[in-house]
Write a protein that binds this ligand. Structure first.
Ligand code: NAD
Length: 500
C-alpha cells in the first residue's frame, strides 16, 4: 500500500512545507510506512494565519444560516467517508475500527453547529437614562491544537463552534495521527468553504505548535492534550498576546465501587473504561477503589473481562484492542509497568497478546501491551499519581465512604470520576464531594452527554466544551452603554458612572 502524502491545507490549497521537509509515519501494527507528512514551519503557520485573517471579515459577515451551508455539507461528506476515516486511525495509531465512533461524532457536531450559530448578547434597562446592550462577537483568527487518540472528535468539537461563531481557524494535527485530518481537509475543500476559513497544518509541537501558541495574531486557542504541554502553551500565550485559552488535559480518574453496587456491571464497565483504546483515553478510570468486602469478587470479574479482550489487527472487525499508538507510547507504558511491579502486586489477567507484527519489515515493531492490573499500590506511588495512558488498572480497597472520597480526590487531576452504589443519598453526597468536572453514577467513562459541560477540575483543564457551552468559548463580549435623552430618569441626579 502506497504511503499517503500529507500536505498542509492553507487558503483552500494543499501545499508542502516552506522548506519542503517531511517526516515518516509508520503503522504501529504492521510497521509499514503509511504517511509522508509535511513538517510545518513557523512560516507555514504565518501563511495559515494570513489566509485566516483575509477570510475572516467576509465569513463573519455571513448569516449563521449561510455559514451553516458548507458545515452541513461537510457533515454529510464525513458520514459518506466514515469507513475511510476509521481506516486512517487504524493505520496511523492502531485504533481498532470496531471502536471507531469519531466520524459520527464529527458529523453530528458540524451538523449541530451548522444550525445553531446564533450568538446573542443581553440588554439592560437597569441604569436610569440608559438603554444598554452587550454584543457577542468572534475573536477573529483562532486555532486548535489536537492530540492523536481521537483526532476528529477534537477537530470537530473545536472547529465547528469556532467557525459557527464567525471565526476562522488554524488546526495543528498531532504528528502521530495526521491521516484523518488530511482526509477531512479534502472534504472541507469539497464542502464549499471559502478559502482560509479552515486551515490545517501538520507537524511536531515544538515547531508549528509553538508557533501557534506564541502567535500575536491568534486571539483564541483551544488545546486538547497532556497537562505537560498545556503548561508550555500557557507560558507561550502569556509571553505573547495573552490569547484566550481553552484547555482539555489529562486525567487519573477514580471509580468508587461501594459494597451495595451491582458488582458484575461495575467490573464490566470499569474494565471497558480503562482497557478501551488500549488505555489511551483521557477519562479512563485508571484508579479503582472497591469496598474490601466485595474486592475478591470484583477483581475476579474484572480480570475475566480483561482476559476476554481480543488484541490484534486494528482493521479486523473482531479486534477490541490494538497496539499502543507508537514506540514512544509503548516504551512509556512498559516503564510504568516495571515501576508498578516494584511498589504493588502485579496481576496479568491473561489476555492473549500477539507476539509479532506481520508487516513488510520496513520497521520491526511489536507494540502490543496486554491488560495489566495492579493491586495494593500505595497512594503515593507513581502508578497511582501519574497518567500512564496504557491498559493498566490500579485496584485498591477502602472501608468507609469518607476514606473513599479522600483517596479519590487525592490527585492533581479532576477530569472524570465514577461511583457505583444503589443508595441514592450516598450517590448524591459522593457526587457532590468528588473534585471532578464530570461524575458518572452507576456508569463510568467514556459515558457522557454531548449537551453537558465536558472538561476538568484542577490540572485537567480550563473551560468546558459541549453543544450548549462551546459557542461561548469562541465569542468576545462587548458592553455598549447608550445614553438616551428623554428616557425616564435621564435628567435626574444620576451617577451613571457607577451604574446607579
Ligand atoms: P501531547 O500534549 O503530547 O500533544 C498534544 C498536541 O500538542 C499535539 O498536537 C502535539 O504536537 C502538540 N504539542 C506538543 N508539544 C507542543 C508545544 N511545545 N507547543 C505546542 N503544541 C505542542 O498529548 P498527546 O500525547 O497527543 O495526547 C495524550 C494526552 O492528551 C493525554 O494526557 C490525554 O489525557 C490528553 N487528552 C485529553 C483529553 C480531554 O478532553 N481532556 C482528550 C484526549 C486526550
Amino acid at each position: 500500500m502506497a504511503a499517503t502524502e500529507v500536505q498542509h491545507f492553507i487558503n483552500g490549497e494543499f501545499v508542502p512545507s516552506s522548506d519542503n521537509k517531511t517526516f515518516d509515519l509508520f503503522s504501529p501494527y504492521t510497521g509499514e510506512l503509511v504517511g509522508k507528512v509535511s513538517e510545518g514551519t513557523e512560516e507555514d503557520v504565518d501563511k495559515a494565519v494570513a489566509a485566516a485573517q483575509a477570510a475572516q471579515q467576509s465569513w463573519s459577515s455571513l448569516s449563521p444560516a449561510q455559514r451553516g451551508i458548507p458545515m452541513a455539507k461537510l457533515a454529510q461528506l464525513i458520514i459518506e467517508h466514515d469507513k475511510d476515516l476509521a481506516k486512517c486511525e487504524a493505520l496511523a495509531i492502531g485504533r481498532p475500527i470496531s471502536i471507531y465512533f469519531d466520524g459520527y461524532y464529527a458529523a453530528t457536531h458540524f451538523k449541530y453547529f451548522a444550525e445553531s450559530g446564533y450568538a446573542v448578547g443581553t440588554s439592560s434597562l437597569n441604569t436610569p437614562g440608559f438603554m444598554n446592550i452587550s454584543l457577542r462577537q468572534p475573536y477573529g483568527v483562532c486555532a486548535a491544537i489536537i492530540p492523536w487518540n481521537a483526532p476528529l472528535v477534537f477537530f470537530s468539537k473545536k472547529v465547528a463552534p469556532a467557525i459557527a461563531a464567525g471565526n476562522t481557524m488554524i488546526v495543528k494535527t498531532s504528528e502521530k495521527a495526521p491521516l484523518s485530518s488530511h482526509l477531512l481537509a479534502k472534504l472541507i475543500a469539497e464542502a464549499g468553504f471559502p478559502p482560509g476559513v479552515i486551515n490545517v497544518v501538520h507537524g511536531h509541537g515544538q515547531v508549528s505548535g509553538n508557533a501557534i501558541s506564541k502567535h500575536m495574531k491568534i486571539r483564541a486557542l483551544s488545546f486538547t492534550g497532556s497537562a505537560r504541554t498545556g503548561r508550555v502553551i500557557q507560558k507561550a500565550a502569556a509571553d505573547s498576546n495573552l490569547k484566550h485559552l481553552i484547555f482539555e488535559l489529562g486525567g487519573k480518574s477514580p471509580a468508587i465501587i461501594f459494597e451495595d453496587a451491582d458488582i458484575e456491571k461495575a467490573a464490566k464497565d470499569t474494565q471497558h473504561s480503562i482497557m478501551f483504546h488500549s488505555g489511551q483515553t483521557c477519562m479512563a478510570n485508571s484508579r479503582i477503589y472497591v469496598h474490601k468486602n466485595i474486592a475478591d469478587k470484583f477483581v475476579t470479574t474484572f480480570n475475566a473481562h480483561a482476559a476476554a479482550r481480543k488484541l490484534g489487527d486494528p482493521l479486523s472487525p473482531d479486534t477490541t484492542s490494538g497496539p499502543q499508538a507508537d514506540k514512544t507510547q509503548y516504551e512509556t507504558v512498559l516503564r510504568y509497568i516495571e515501576e508498578g511491579k516494584k511498589t504493588g502486586k502485579f496481576v496479568d489477567p491473561g489476555a492473549t497478546v500477539p507476539s509479532s507484527s506481520p508487516g513488510d519489515g520496513s520497521q520491526s515493531l511489536d507494540l502490543f501491551v496486554g491488560p495489566v492490573v495492579f493491586l495494593q499500590q500505595p497512594e503515593d506511588s507513581k502508578v497511582m499519581k501519574e497518567e500512564i495512558f496504557g491498559p493498566v488498572a490500579c485496584i485498591n480497597t477502602f472501608e468507609t465512604e469518607e476514606e473513599a472520597l479522600r483517596v479519590a480526590n487525592d490527585t492533581e487531576f479532576g477530569l472524570y470520576a465514577a461511583l457505583y452504589t444503589k443508595d441514592i443519598d450516598r450517590a448524591l453526597r459522593v457526587a457532590k464531594g468528588l473534585e471532578s468536572g464530570m461524575v458518572g453514577v452507576n456508569c463510568t467513562s467514556p459515558t457522557g452527554a454531548w449537551d453537558m459541560p465536558f472538561g476538568g477540575y484542577k490540572s485537567s483543564g480550563a473551560g468546558r466544551e459541549s453543544f450548549l457551552h462551546s459557542l461561548d468559548d469562541w465569542l468576545e463580549q462587548k458592553a455598549v452603554f447608550i445614553k438616551v435623552d428623554g428616557l425616564l430618569g435621564s435628567s435626574g441626579p444620576t451617577n451613571s458612572t457607577l451604574g446607579r
